[in-house]
Design a protein. Structure first.
Length: 101
């Protein structure tokens, strides 16, 4: 009887340990995919979208919030965003989570 109880406790312990480590692995993978980045992407990160490598971004090359704000950021209205225009662009407001208490 003691042997059965020992194997049940040992088995349950192994199962719980493996579930916890799998969650940790998934969390670590998510951080690696984001590049452990905190806050908005840098100008250099954004310019990785420059698919034709001409040093400027067109509407066809961008997506998401950058596309939504394209005309605001393109201050000289030439249809492209330069690194200088992007550096001088207004910063988006930070999203605030629920109040901590």
């Amino acid at each position: 009887m003691k042997n059965i109880l020992f194997f049940l406790i040992a088995g349950l312990s192994i199962i719980l340990t493996s579930c916890g480590s799998q969650k940790e692995t998934t969390s670590n993978q998510s951080q690696a995919q984001r590049g452990n980045r905190q806050g908005p992407p840098s100008v250099e990160d954004i310019f990785k979208m420059d698919s034709n490598e001409d040093g400027k971004l067109s509407k066809e090359e961008v997506e998401g919030p950058l596309l939504e704000k394209f005309s605001t950021i393109d201050t000289n209205n030439d249809g492209y965003i330069s690194k200088e225009e992007l550096q001088n662009a207004p910063r988006p407001e930070r999203r605030q989570g629920p109040p901590r208490g």
